[in-house]
Design a protein around this ligand. Structure first.
Ligand code: PMP
Length: 433
């Protein structure tokens, strides 16, 4: 059993010594002291099924033995020396990672977070194209540093400081709330027209990049209609831009049908950014691109002290091994279908659920006060999150108003876990309505 400081003590410490901008979930913050695969334990020994996965980050399970062993082994041998020197781990991991990507996407640059990855991707895109303007999407989240905040388009995450230099936000292809609904077979092309409009009206006509998540994460698991990315990429490339896929949440087989989220849309980007699931919780992220784009960085010196250190690269390789060995992508596909079917049944029962969506083990429920007006049910959503916690299930929130429940558990959950999620949600939503 846990014998450390109490949650109260830790909270008091946090209030005094940690920046108050660091948010906690729940009215009474939960203290997690142990994890094993899909399970988490709090200080009182209560067990939770982790359906948020450390915000779409714990890909192969908390403290997966293979990942722990790889980290441990490397920790004892060499923790850090910098990329000034050769080390086998970084090359091994880069080659393995590149083998999961199509075409010419095979040159890696390792960094420590998704925000850093997107910042670096923008730099490469601007150097390669010689252009400056960037098209991102409304309702997107790409990070909290200057570049990431600029690309992000959700007022909750944008501070009132100068940002978004050269970034223009196109309409988000949000079938549930947008102007072209699920019933419009041509919605993808129509939404993509706005990318062209923004290029024509807001830029010189030449752009550096178009960047999009392959399914919007923080925005509330918003999936793009068929054809959207194909058309958007077409417009971006016609204006001289490269296409960046932000796979921070959607990568590593989570969407089930493909290893990378962009593959679900039949496109091949020029630059792919990834983080979160790549390290199963270790601070690891990457920008992967083509040799031509990658070569732009040789114009000057570019350096990242921790990027690609031996320990995180050992972890990254171990994560890829587990994904292959345990067939987690297939599990995401099967359990994602099972969850979606169950969630759609819940929608028939609970008027609070306005929309059910997602793919693989990345599924969401958008709550509304009224299915006609679609007024976001923010308070009810928070109540469902609290109710789930009481019942032993951790879920996340998303969307501009915090109206969407997000679930992205470790990719190795079982059917029994999925059924538990559905049963808990049924009760938690019933009690919140
Ligand atoms: N891109 C996406 C799609 C994300 O969801 C996030 C994090 N929520 C980021 C980038 C930024 O990643 P990090 O927090 O590691 O900087």
């Amino acid at each position: 059993p846990y014998t450390g400081p109490s949650a109260g003590q830790v909270l008091a410490q946090r209030r005094e010594f940690l920046n108050p901008g660091i948010i906690t979930y729940y009215k009474h913050p939960i203290m997690i002291v142990q994890g094993k695969m899909q399970w988490l334990w709090d200080d009182a020994g209560k067990r939770y099924l982790d359906a948020l996965g450390g915000i779409v980050t714990v890909s192969v399970g908390h403290c997966h033995p293979h990942v722990v062993a790889a980290a441990h082994q490397q920790n004892e041998l060499l923790q850090h020396a910098t990329t000034l020197y050769l080390h086998p781990n970084i090359g091994e991991f880069a080659e393995k990672l590149a083998s999961t990507l199509p075409g010419d996407l095979k040159v890696c640059y390792f960094v420590n977070s998704g925000s850093e990855a997107n910042d670096l991707a923008l730099l490469m895109a601007r150097l390669y194209t010689g252009n400056y303007d960037v098209i991102a999407l409304r309702n997107a989240y790409h990070g909290g540093n200057a570049a990431g905040m600029g690309l992000t388009a959700n007022s909750n995450w944008k501070f009132n400081v100068p940002h978004s230099f050269g970034v223009h936000h196109a309409q988000t292809p949000y079938s549930y709330r947008g102007v072209f609904g699920y019933d419009d077979p041509d919605a993808g092309r129509k939404y993509a027209d706005d990318v062209k409009q923004v290029i024509d009206y807001a830029t010189s006509g030449k752009i550096a990049a178009f960047i999009a998540e392959s399914m919007q994460g923080v925005g509330g698991f918003v999936e793009f209609p068929a054809g959207y990315l194909q058309h958007a990429y077409g417009h971006a490339r016609a204006a001289g831009g490269v296409c960046i896929a932000d796979e921070v949440q959607t990568g590593f087989g989570r969407t089930g049908t493909n290893f990378w989220g962009f593959q679900n849309h039949g496109v091949v980007p020029d630059i792919v950014t990834m983080a979160k699931g790549i390290g199963n919780g270790a601070p690891l992220a990457a920008v992967v691109t083509t040799p031509k784009i990658a070569a732009m960085l040789t114009q000057k010196t570019h350096f990242n002290t921790f990027g690609g250190n031996p320990v995180v690269c050992a972890i990254g390789t171990a994560v890829l091994d587990v994904i292959a060995r345990e067939k987690t992508q297939q599990n995401c596909l099967e359990l994602g279908r099972h969850l979606l079917a169950g969630l759609n049944k819940l929608k028939e029962k609970h008027a609070l659920i306005g929309d059910v969506r997602g793919q693989g083990l990345m599924v969401g429920l958008e709550f509304v006060k009224d299915r006609q007006t679609k007024e976001p049910a923010k308070e009810a959503c928070q109540q469902v999150v609290e109710n789930c916690r009481e019942l032993g299930l951790l879920v996340g929130k998303g969307g501009l108003w915090g109206q969407t429940i997000r679930m992205a558990p470790p990719m190795n959950i079982t059917k029994a876990d999925a059924d538990f999620i559905l049963a808990v949600l049924d009760e938690a939503i019933g009690a919140a309505a």
